[in-house]
Design a protein around this ligand. Structure first.
Ligand code: FEO
Length: 173
């Protein structure tokens, strides 16, 4: 039986992943309105990734026969200074999500729940990528500086982000 503190943390993570989707949807709206359609597309792909993450946590709780408790999703930030501001907010958010997953891992260890520990390995690796993606784009924004041509090139590059495969890891069943 899963310890209540692990169950609570996993339930909260579903909410955090759904909030992440909401935040990226808000960022996509800002990018579209400000004339960055490629960045808006990149954000829309990110929305799908976050919904996928939420579904994986949800599925795991069902597999372990743990009650799912869904709470209200908060209002995401909607105003950003510029493209650098949007992706800086994305990186800061991913760092918070990484810390949250690391904390669940810590609780699972404390409560001797190796099933949850093992399940979290995929998410921990995923967070390395999530942070790296935002950081790589921020590096390119810095290189482009404030030059419209540089930002336009970057926006075109982001328009090519492929649809996510969203293949459940083998553990997801
Ligand atoms: Fe679900 Fe962006 O981490």
């Amino acid at each position: 039986m899963m310890h209540e503190s692990v169950a609570r943390a996993l339930n909260e993570q579903i909410n955090k992943e759904l909030f992440s989707a909401y935040l990226y949807l808000s960022m996509a709206s800002w990018c579209d309105a400000e004339g960055y359609p490629g960045s808006a597309h990149w954000m829309q792909i990110q929305v799908k990734e976050e919904l996928f993450h939420a579904s994986l946590f949800h599925g795991y709780l069902l597999q372990r026969d743990v009650p799912v408790v869904l709470e209200a999703i908060g209002k995401p930030e909607a105003e950003f200074d510029d493209l650098n501001g949007v992706f800086s907010a994305a990186l800061a958010h991913e760092q918070k999500i990484s810390a949250s997953i690391n904390e669940i891992y810590r609780i699972a260890r404390e409560e001797v729940d190796p099933m949850t520990e093992t399940r979290l390995h995929w998410f921990i690796n995923e967070q390395v990528e999530e942070e790296q993606n935002a950081r790589d784009i921020l590096d390119k924004i810095k290189l482009a500086g404030a030059q419209p041509a540089g930002l336009l090139l970057l926006d075109n590059e982001l328009a090519a982000r492929p649809e996510p495969t969203l293949t459940p890891p083998s553990f997801a069943g």
